[in-house]
Design a protein around this ligand. Sequence first.
Ligand SMILES: Cc1ncc(COP(=O)(O)O)c(C=O)c1O
Length: 362
Amino acid sequence: MPEPKRVYNFNAGPAALPMEVLQQARAEMLDYNGTGMSVMEISHRSKEFESLIQTAEADLRDLLDIPANYKVLFLQGGATLQFAMLPMNLRATGSADYIVNGTWGKIALKEAQKLGTARAAADTEAGGFKDLPAKLELDPKAAYLHFTSNETIHGLEYFVEPTPSAGIPLVCDASSDFISRPVDVSKYALIYAGAQKNAGPAGTVVVIARDDMLERTPANLPVMLDYKALAASGSLHNTPPCWAIYITGLVFMWAKGLGGLEAVARRNRAKADLVYKAIDESGGFYRGHAKPEARSVMNIPFRLPSEELEETFASESKKNDLIGLKGHRSVGGIRASLYNALDVKAAEALTGFMREFQRKHG
Ligand SMILES: Cc1ncc(COP(=O)(O)O)c(C=O)c1O
Protein backbone atom coordinates (compact mmCIF):
# COMPACT_ATOMS: atom_id res chain seq x y z
CA MET A 1 0.00 0.00 0.00
CA PRO A 2 1.47 3.44 -0.90
CA GLU A 3 1.93 5.82 2.03
CA PRO A 4 -1.16 8.06 2.15
CA LYS A 5 -0.91 11.82 1.85
CA ARG A 6 -0.95 13.54 5.25
CA VAL A 7 -1.46 17.24 6.00
CA TYR A 8 -1.04 19.53 9.00
CA ASN A 9 -4.46 19.30 10.60
CA PHE A 10 -5.52 22.32 12.67
CA ASN A 11 -9.18 21.32 12.87
CA ALA A 12 -11.01 22.24 16.08
CA GLY A 13 -12.74 18.88 16.45
CA PRO A 14 -13.00 16.25 15.19
CA ALA A 15 -9.29 16.82 15.04
CA ALA A 16 -5.88 15.32 14.39
CA LEU A 17 -5.14 11.93 15.91
CA PRO A 18 -1.60 10.74 16.63
CA MET A 19 -0.03 9.03 13.63
CA GLU A 20 1.05 6.10 15.82
CA VAL A 21 -2.54 5.55 16.92
CA LEU A 22 -3.83 5.58 13.36
CA GLN A 23 -1.10 3.16 12.33
CA GLN A 24 -1.92 0.80 15.15
CA ALA A 25 -5.63 0.95 14.33
CA ARG A 26 -4.79 0.22 10.70
CA ALA A 27 -2.62 -2.73 11.67
CA GLU A 28 -5.36 -4.14 13.91
CA MET A 29 -8.26 -3.32 11.63
CA LEU A 30 -8.82 -6.82 10.27
CA ASP A 31 -7.71 -8.83 13.27
CA TYR A 32 -7.98 -7.33 16.73
CA ASN A 33 -5.82 -9.18 19.21
CA GLY A 34 -6.09 -12.57 17.49
CA THR A 35 -9.90 -12.51 17.25
CA GLY A 36 -9.94 -12.50 13.44
CA MET A 37 -12.34 -9.54 13.66
CA SER A 38 -12.06 -5.79 13.93
CA VAL A 39 -13.01 -4.04 17.16
CA MET A 40 -16.19 -2.92 15.37
CA GLU A 41 -17.21 -6.54 14.94
CA ILE A 42 -16.67 -8.03 18.39
CA SER A 43 -19.20 -8.18 21.19
CA HIS A 44 -19.03 -5.51 23.83
CA ARG A 45 -19.60 -8.39 26.27
CA SER A 46 -16.53 -10.27 25.04
CA LYS A 47 -13.46 -10.64 27.23
CA GLU A 48 -11.44 -8.77 24.59
CA PHE A 49 -13.66 -5.70 24.79
CA GLU A 50 -13.90 -5.85 28.56
CA SER A 51 -10.14 -5.87 28.74
CA LEU A 52 -9.96 -3.01 26.22
CA ILE A 53 -12.29 -0.71 28.17
CA GLN A 54 -10.65 -1.59 31.48
CA THR A 55 -7.21 -0.81 30.04
CA ALA A 56 -8.49 2.51 28.67
CA GLU A 57 -9.80 3.42 32.11
CA ALA A 58 -6.61 2.31 33.88
CA ASP A 59 -4.45 4.34 31.49
CA LEU A 60 -6.59 7.43 31.99
CA ARG A 61 -6.41 6.94 35.76
CA ASP A 62 -2.63 6.80 35.44
CA LEU A 63 -2.40 9.82 33.20
CA LEU A 64 -4.55 12.07 35.37
CA ASP A 65 -3.74 10.40 38.66
CA ILE A 66 -7.45 9.97 39.32
CA PRO A 67 -8.17 9.20 42.98
CA ALA A 68 -9.88 5.90 43.83
CA ASN A 69 -13.10 7.60 44.93
CA TYR A 70 -13.86 8.71 41.37
CA LYS A 71 -15.63 6.71 38.65
CA VAL A 72 -14.65 6.94 34.99
CA LEU A 73 -17.46 6.60 32.45
CA PHE A 74 -17.37 6.37 28.67
CA LEU A 75 -20.74 7.70 27.49
CA GLN A 76 -22.43 8.86 24.30
CA GLY A 77 -24.23 12.02 23.22
CA GLY A 78 -21.14 14.21 23.29
CA ALA A 79 -20.45 17.03 25.70
CA THR A 80 -23.79 18.50 24.63
CA LEU A 81 -25.72 15.70 26.32
CA GLN A 82 -23.66 16.33 29.45
CA PHE A 83 -25.06 19.88 29.48
CA ALA A 84 -28.40 18.20 30.29
CA MET A 85 -27.31 15.11 32.24
CA LEU A 86 -25.30 17.15 34.65
CA PRO A 87 -28.18 19.22 36.09
CA MET A 88 -30.51 16.20 35.87
CA ASN A 89 -28.20 14.22 38.12
CA LEU A 90 -26.55 16.80 40.35
CA ARG A 91 -29.25 19.41 40.87
CA ALA A 92 -32.37 17.59 42.00
CA THR A 93 -33.48 20.79 43.72
CA GLY A 94 -32.07 24.28 44.08
CA SER A 95 -29.97 26.20 41.66
CA ALA A 96 -26.61 25.77 39.91
CA ASP A 97 -23.96 28.39 39.13
CA TYR A 98 -22.30 28.72 35.72
CA ILE A 99 -19.31 30.77 34.65
CA VAL A 100 -19.99 32.08 31.17
CA ASN A 101 -16.85 33.20 29.40
CA GLY A 102 -17.48 31.83 25.94
CA THR A 103 -20.01 30.15 23.70
CA TRP A 104 -19.82 26.73 25.32
CA GLY A 105 -20.39 27.96 28.84
CA LYS A 106 -23.30 30.00 27.55
CA ILE A 107 -24.87 26.95 25.91
CA ALA A 108 -24.28 24.83 29.01
CA LEU A 109 -26.12 27.40 31.14
CA LYS A 110 -29.00 27.61 28.68
CA GLU A 111 -29.43 23.85 28.69
CA ALA A 112 -29.39 23.76 32.51
CA GLN A 113 -32.04 26.49 32.58
CA LYS A 114 -34.41 24.39 30.48
CA LEU A 115 -34.52 21.83 33.25
CA GLY A 116 -34.55 23.97 36.38
CA THR A 117 -32.82 26.92 37.96
CA ALA A 118 -29.34 27.97 36.95
CA ARG A 119 -27.64 31.34 36.97
CA ALA A 120 -24.50 32.99 35.66
CA ALA A 121 -21.93 33.53 38.39
CA ALA A 122 -20.11 35.65 35.81
CA ASP A 123 -20.73 36.53 32.19
CA THR A 124 -18.08 38.17 30.04
CA GLU A 125 -20.07 38.30 26.80
CA ALA A 126 -20.47 42.09 26.91
CA GLY A 127 -16.67 42.33 26.68
CA GLY A 128 -16.64 39.98 23.68
CA PHE A 129 -15.43 36.90 25.59
CA LYS A 130 -11.83 38.11 25.52
CA ASP A 131 -10.92 37.47 29.13
CA LEU A 132 -11.67 35.27 32.11
CA PRO A 133 -14.05 36.88 34.60
CA ALA A 134 -12.31 39.09 37.15
CA LYS A 135 -14.75 38.10 39.88
CA LEU A 136 -17.54 35.67 40.55
CA GLU A 137 -20.86 36.27 42.22
CA LEU A 138 -21.41 32.94 43.84
CA ASP A 139 -24.58 31.47 45.25
CA PRO A 140 -23.38 29.98 48.56
CA LYS A 141 -26.07 27.29 48.25
CA ALA A 142 -25.49 26.36 44.59
CA ALA A 143 -25.80 22.67 43.67
CA TYR A 144 -22.46 23.09 41.88
CA LEU A 145 -20.26 25.63 40.10
CA HIS A 146 -19.72 24.84 36.41
CA PHE A 147 -16.93 26.24 34.25
CA THR A 148 -15.41 25.54 30.85
CA SER A 149 -11.69 25.03 31.26
CA ASN A 150 -11.01 25.91 27.64
CA GLU A 151 -13.38 27.92 25.48
CA THR A 152 -12.73 26.40 22.08
CA ILE A 153 -14.20 29.18 19.95
CA HIS A 154 -12.85 32.23 21.79
CA GLY A 155 -9.54 30.66 22.78
CA LEU A 156 -9.56 31.29 26.54
CA GLU A 157 -8.21 28.78 29.01
CA TYR A 158 -8.26 28.48 32.78
CA PHE A 159 -4.87 27.33 34.12
CA VAL A 160 -5.97 27.76 37.71
CA GLU A 161 -9.44 26.52 38.59
CA PRO A 162 -12.04 29.04 39.76
CA THR A 163 -12.76 28.72 43.46
CA PRO A 164 -16.30 27.78 44.43
CA SER A 165 -17.83 28.69 47.79
CA ALA A 166 -16.85 26.32 50.60
CA GLY A 167 -18.34 22.88 50.07
CA ILE A 168 -19.78 23.62 46.62
CA PRO A 169 -18.79 21.01 44.01
CA LEU A 170 -16.71 22.24 41.09
CA VAL A 171 -17.77 20.83 37.71
CA CYS A 172 -15.85 21.27 34.49
CA ASP A 173 -16.46 20.95 30.78
CA ALA A 174 -12.89 20.07 29.76
CA SER A 175 -13.77 19.04 26.21
CA SER A 176 -11.07 21.00 24.48
CA ASP A 177 -8.15 20.79 26.92
CA PHE A 178 -8.72 17.32 28.31
CA ILE A 179 -5.43 15.44 28.91
CA SER A 180 -3.49 18.39 27.47
CA ARG A 181 -1.76 18.99 30.83
CA PRO A 182 -1.89 17.64 34.38
CA VAL A 183 -4.80 18.75 36.53
CA ASP A 184 -5.51 18.02 40.17
CA VAL A 185 -8.64 15.90 39.82
CA SER A 186 -9.28 16.03 43.56
CA LYS A 187 -10.27 19.70 43.17
CA TYR A 188 -13.20 18.66 40.99
CA ALA A 189 -16.47 16.91 41.74
CA LEU A 190 -16.98 16.05 38.09
CA ILE A 191 -15.13 16.55 34.80
CA TYR A 192 -16.54 15.75 31.38
CA ALA A 193 -14.98 15.93 27.95
CA GLY A 194 -16.02 14.97 24.44
CA ALA A 195 -13.21 12.81 23.09
CA GLN A 196 -12.92 14.29 19.63
CA LYS A 197 -10.26 16.92 20.31
CA ASN A 198 -7.37 15.57 22.37
CA ALA A 199 -8.55 12.11 23.25
CA GLY A 200 -10.00 10.29 20.29
CA PRO A 201 -12.70 10.28 17.64
CA ALA A 202 -16.22 11.64 18.02
CA GLY A 203 -18.61 9.18 19.61
CA THR A 204 -17.65 9.02 23.23
CA VAL A 205 -17.53 11.49 26.07
CA VAL A 206 -15.49 10.77 29.16
CA VAL A 207 -17.02 11.59 32.55
CA ILE A 208 -14.95 11.50 35.73
CA ALA A 209 -17.26 11.73 38.72
CA ARG A 210 -16.57 11.70 42.44
CA ASP A 211 -18.54 8.95 44.17
CA ASP A 212 -20.66 11.30 46.28
CA MET A 213 -21.90 13.01 43.09
CA LEU A 214 -23.41 9.70 41.95
CA GLU A 215 -25.44 9.60 45.14
CA ARG A 216 -27.28 12.71 44.00
CA THR A 217 -28.92 11.00 41.02
CA PRO A 218 -32.71 11.06 41.49
CA ALA A 219 -34.51 7.71 41.38
CA ASN A 220 -36.62 8.16 38.28
CA LEU A 221 -34.15 9.12 35.56
CA PRO A 222 -34.16 7.16 32.30
CA VAL A 223 -31.25 4.77 32.56
CA MET A 224 -29.19 6.30 29.75
CA LEU A 225 -29.25 9.64 31.59
CA ASP A 226 -28.49 8.17 34.99
CA TYR A 227 -24.83 8.50 36.07
CA LYS A 228 -25.30 6.10 38.94
CA ALA A 229 -26.73 3.32 36.80
CA LEU A 230 -24.19 3.88 34.03
CA ALA A 231 -21.36 3.73 36.55
CA ALA A 232 -22.78 0.57 38.12
CA SER A 233 -22.67 -1.13 34.72
CA GLY A 234 -19.10 0.01 34.00
CA SER A 235 -20.33 2.06 30.99
CA LEU A 236 -21.75 -1.17 29.56
CA HIS A 237 -25.46 -0.85 30.25
CA ASN A 238 -26.13 -0.97 26.53
CA THR A 239 -23.90 -1.26 23.45
CA PRO A 240 -21.24 1.40 23.91
CA PRO A 241 -19.41 3.25 21.11
CA CYS A 242 -16.85 0.43 20.90
CA TRP A 243 -14.67 1.89 18.17
CA ALA A 244 -14.50 5.34 19.75
CA ILE A 245 -13.55 3.84 23.10
CA TYR A 246 -10.91 1.69 21.41
CA ILE A 247 -9.22 4.65 19.70
CA THR A 248 -9.52 6.77 22.83
CA GLY A 249 -7.78 3.99 24.75
CA LEU A 250 -4.98 3.95 22.18
CA VAL A 251 -4.60 7.71 22.56
CA PHE A 252 -4.29 7.35 26.35
CA MET A 253 -1.60 4.73 25.83
CA TRP A 254 0.17 6.98 23.33
CA ALA A 255 0.11 9.93 25.76
CA LYS A 256 1.64 7.72 28.45
CA GLY A 257 4.31 6.71 25.94
CA LEU A 258 5.15 10.38 25.33
CA GLY A 259 6.01 10.62 29.01
CA GLY A 260 2.62 11.43 30.54
CA LEU A 261 0.85 14.75 30.87
CA GLU A 262 3.86 16.79 32.03
CA ALA A 263 5.57 15.92 28.74
CA VAL A 264 2.37 16.45 26.75
CA ALA A 265 1.94 19.87 28.38
CA ARG A 266 5.51 20.94 27.55
CA ARG A 267 5.01 20.01 23.92
CA ASN A 268 1.68 21.86 23.81
CA ARG A 269 3.17 24.96 25.40
CA ALA A 270 6.04 24.98 22.90
CA LYS A 271 3.60 24.89 19.96
CA ALA A 272 1.37 27.63 21.36
CA ASP A 273 4.36 29.84 22.20
CA LEU A 274 5.50 29.68 18.58
CA VAL A 275 2.12 30.80 17.26
CA TYR A 276 1.59 33.54 19.85
CA LYS A 277 5.11 34.80 19.13
CA ALA A 278 4.27 35.02 15.42
CA ILE A 279 1.13 36.99 16.32
CA ASP A 280 2.91 39.30 18.76
CA GLU A 281 5.82 39.98 16.41
CA SER A 282 3.58 40.81 13.46
CA GLY A 283 3.25 44.48 14.44
CA GLY A 284 -0.55 44.24 14.53
CA PHE A 285 -0.98 42.40 11.23
CA TYR A 286 -2.22 39.41 13.21
CA ARG A 287 -4.40 40.23 16.22
CA GLY A 288 -5.12 37.55 18.80
CA HIS A 289 -8.66 37.44 20.19
CA ALA A 290 -7.93 36.65 23.83
CA LYS A 291 -6.18 38.91 26.34
CA PRO A 292 -2.63 37.57 26.83
CA GLU A 293 -3.30 36.39 30.43
CA ALA A 294 -6.18 34.17 29.26
CA ARG A 295 -4.69 32.77 26.07
CA SER A 296 -5.49 29.16 25.36
CA VAL A 297 -2.74 26.69 24.61
CA MET A 298 -5.19 24.63 22.56
CA ASN A 299 -7.13 27.00 20.32
CA ILE A 300 -5.70 30.25 18.97
CA PRO A 301 -8.22 32.50 17.23
CA PHE A 302 -6.84 35.56 15.51
CA ARG A 303 -7.81 38.22 13.00
CA LEU A 304 -6.12 39.78 10.00
CA PRO A 305 -6.54 43.38 8.83
CA SER A 306 -9.61 42.52 6.69
CA GLU A 307 -12.11 39.72 6.10
CA GLU A 308 -10.86 39.54 2.54
CA LEU A 309 -7.33 38.82 3.75
CA GLU A 310 -8.71 36.22 6.14
CA GLU A 311 -10.40 34.46 3.22
CA THR A 312 -7.14 34.54 1.29
CA PHE A 313 -5.22 33.27 4.32
CA ALA A 314 -7.64 30.37 4.74
CA SER A 315 -7.51 29.36 1.10
CA GLU A 316 -3.75 29.83 0.62
CA SER A 317 -2.93 27.93 3.79
CA LYS A 318 -5.08 25.06 2.54
CA LYS A 319 -3.07 24.97 -0.68
CA ASN A 320 0.00 24.59 1.53
CA ASP A 321 -1.50 21.57 3.31
CA LEU A 322 -2.32 23.56 6.45
CA ILE A 323 -5.91 22.47 7.02
CA GLY A 324 -8.76 23.66 9.24
CA LEU A 325 -7.64 27.22 9.92
CA LYS A 326 -10.91 29.01 9.20
CA GLY A 327 -12.37 30.50 12.39
CA HIS A 328 -15.64 29.23 13.87
CA ARG A 329 -18.60 30.34 11.78
CA SER A 330 -19.99 32.41 14.68
CA VAL A 331 -16.91 34.63 15.06
CA GLY A 332 -15.03 34.46 11.74
CA GLY A 333 -11.31 35.11 11.41
CA ILE A 334 -8.71 32.37 11.70
CA ARG A 335 -8.34 29.72 14.38
CA ALA A 336 -5.45 27.33 14.86
CA SER A 337 -6.22 24.34 17.06
CA LEU A 338 -3.05 22.76 18.38
CA TYR A 339 -4.28 19.63 20.13
CA ASN A 340 -2.03 16.93 21.57
CA ALA A 341 -1.59 14.97 18.35
CA LEU A 342 0.14 17.84 16.54
CA ASP A 343 3.86 18.01 17.00
CA VAL A 344 6.04 21.11 17.03
CA LYS A 345 6.65 20.77 13.29
CA ALA A 346 3.01 21.65 12.68
CA ALA A 347 3.36 24.91 14.61
CA GLU A 348 6.60 25.67 12.75
CA ALA A 349 4.90 25.07 9.42
CA LEU A 350 2.06 27.37 10.42
CA THR A 351 4.25 30.19 11.72
CA GLY A 352 6.47 29.93 8.64
CA PHE A 353 3.37 30.33 6.51
CA MET A 354 2.10 33.24 8.65
CA ARG A 355 5.37 35.16 8.24
CA GLU A 356 5.48 34.54 4.51
CA PHE A 357 1.82 35.54 4.14
CA GLN A 358 2.46 38.80 5.97
CA ARG A 359 5.51 39.50 3.80
CA LYS A 360 3.36 39.09 0.68
CA HIS A 361 0.19 40.81 1.89
CA GLY A 362 1.24 43.06 4.78
C1 LIG B 1 -15.73 23.24 25.19
C2 LIG B 1 -16.76 22.48 24.42
N1 LIG B 1 -17.84 22.01 25.06
C3 LIG B 1 -18.80 21.32 24.42
C4 LIG B 1 -18.71 21.05 23.06
C5 LIG B 1 -19.79 20.27 22.38
O1 LIG B 1 -19.30 18.99 22.16
P1 LIG B 1 -20.10 17.84 21.41
O2 LIG B 1 -20.11 18.20 19.97
O3 LIG B 1 -19.28 16.62 21.71
O4 LIG B 1 -21.46 17.76 21.97
C6 LIG B 1 -17.60 21.52 22.36
C7 LIG B 1 -17.48 21.25 20.92
O5 LIG B 1 -16.64 21.76 20.22
C8 LIG B 1 -16.61 22.24 23.06
O6 LIG B 1 -15.53 22.70 22.42
